[in-house]
Write a protein that binds this ligand. Structure first.
Ligand code: F0G
Length: 459
């Protein structure tokens, strides 16, 4: 097997805290068994998220010194705008403080109460903004995406029949746009094929439905196309990304992922009308349209990151490093979502903890247990993240009950990931001892962030 070493070297280091098992038990209890509520000082290897956790390059740090902190018309904005035009191909861009800022603007601009917003699986903040604007999210991803054992190479694909049925049932005028994620976070970081993007675009055009990407991890999606889709092996990731984006009318973007920055995002569109309307809302909620809640230096770092994210060496190592963890877990027979996605390995908590029912919150329990075992922080992506149905008030029971082991970009070495795999293996051997959890505090929106739990007694 070819060994692919990190395509960068380390210039600055940060010490990792190491607690004893006893201290970790106390820490998770204090955190209400919710890994989001742990203090980062209590965490050894932090795989909670790849969001805002990237290591910036020397070029990005240098760019931070070039901040033009003018209230309006900062030169950093124009550099960002040019990077978005060059790499994504969209004409108009307005920065936002992060991805959900852009989601808020797009949703409140385009969605009317009672509308239907189809998407290839929900994402928490995206759907929350769509529902807040009065929309109903409708999942139109292919069935394979809900099956953790399916090894479909493009599990993020849109099911064209489901989409067309929705358009026919409710009428295209009730569908403000298709929300198209590349890659699909909640499905396990799974990509969408170029063929599917093309066909989805054709179908939407036929009915006059706009397509807006959630482009949060689009560079990773482009890499999967280069790797897996016939005819793209000789194309650069940059060219593939440009073609992908050409099938949309615009995008919302969390710069905290692919763009390799710790904060930032943007809304981009080819529509002068949408852009103009967006600038009004941006001014109200984010800031003047040429800064949108960001400092000039943050925009400059994002402009540099956007160009770095499509460098072939970087993105290839990025995705392969995540896969390396998958291979190690596979060797230990630990169940996880196949194939390994672009930003994370998703442990299959149903199969890891078959003795727990979904009401006993298996993924939440597994994430807490993995922390106690090893100091590795991960997050729940299952019934807790799915929240309650706004109409019935009942839990939503997603088929996927997962623990996301998310790899920050350029932060950990592959040896750190070997430590993670060992910890998961040790835990797997004593999995019968892991008890379920129950809610003791449940917030009404995005409950996974701040909910508190306690072990179900008697187990
Ligand atoms: N879309 C996707 C697919 C995301 O994964 C996220 C954030 C957002 C939108 C919102 O962007 O955080 O910049 O406001 N995902 C983070 C995560 C929180 O850990 O997966 P944001």
């Amino acid at each position: 097997m070819d060994i692919q070493a990190e395509p960068y070297r380390i210039k600055m280091v940060e010490k990792l805290p190491m607690l004893s098992r006893r201290e970790r038990e106390e820490a998770i209890e204090r955190a209400g068994y919710n890994t989001f509520l742990l203090r980062s000082d209590d965490v050894y290897i932090d795989l909670l998220t790849d969001s805002g956790t990237s290591a910036m390059s020397d070029e990005q740090w240098a760019a931070m010194m070039l901040g033009d902190e003018a209230y309006s018309g900062s030169r950093n904005f124009f550099n960002l705008e040019k990077a978005v035009r060059d790499i994504y191909g969209f004409e108009y861009v307005t920065p936002t403080h992060q991805g959900r800022g852009a989601e808020h603007i797009l949703s409140s601009l385009l969605i009317e109460p009672g509308d239907y917003v189809p998407g290839n699986m929900y994402f928490t903040t995206t759907r929350a903004h769509q529902e807040r604007a009065g929309g109903n999210f409708v999942d139109v991803i292919i069935d394979e995406a809900h099956d953790p054992a399916s090894d479909h190479p493009f599990k993020g694909n849109v099911d064209l029949a489901k989409l067309e049925m929705l358009i026919k049932n409710v009428g295209p005028e009730r569908i403000p746009y298709l929300s198209l994620a590349v890659t699909v976070n909640m499905a396990g970081g799974q990509p969408v094929s170029m063929k599917n993007l093309r066909q989805t675009r054709e179908l939407c055009s036929q009915y006059g439905v706009p397509v807006y990407f959630d482009a949060t991890r689009c560079a990773e999606n482009a890499y999967f196309i280069q790797e897996r889709e016939e005819g793209y092996q000789d194309h650069s990731v940059a060219d593939i990304l440009k073609e992908m984006m050409s099938y949309g009318d615009g995008c919302t973007m969390s710069g905290k992922k692919d763009c390799l920055v710790n904060i930032g995002g943007f809304l981009a569109t080819d529509s002068a009308e949408v852009y103009e309307a967006a600038t009004e809302i941006v001014t109200l909620f984010e800031g003047f349209p040429t800064y949108g809640g960001l400092a000039g230096r943050d925009m400059e770092a994002m402009a540099v990151g956007i160009r770095e994210m499509v460098e072939d060496d970087y993105i290839s190592h990025r995705v392969q490093q995540v896969r390396h963890l998958g291979i190690r877990l596979e060797e230990a027979s630990i169940p996880f979502v196949q194939p390994v996605g672009g930003h994370a390995v998703f442990l299959d908590a149903r199969r890891f903890l078959p003795h727990l029912s979904q009401d006993e919150l298996p993924a939440q329990s597994l994430a807490a247990a993995l922390y106690v075992e090893s100091g590795v922080r991960t997050m729940e992506r299952g019934v807790v993240s799915a929240g309650r149905d706004p109409d019935s008030g009942e839990h939503r029971y997603p088929r996927l009950e997962l623990v996301r082991v998310t790899i920050p970009r350029r932060v950990y070495t592959s040896q750190h990931l070997d430590v993670v795999a060992n910890a998961a293996e040790n835990l797997y051997r004593k999995r019968e001892n892991i008890s379920g959890l129950k809610f003791v505090y449940e917030p009404s929106v995005l409950r996974f962030f701040t909910a508190r739990f306690e072990p179900i007694s008697g187990k």
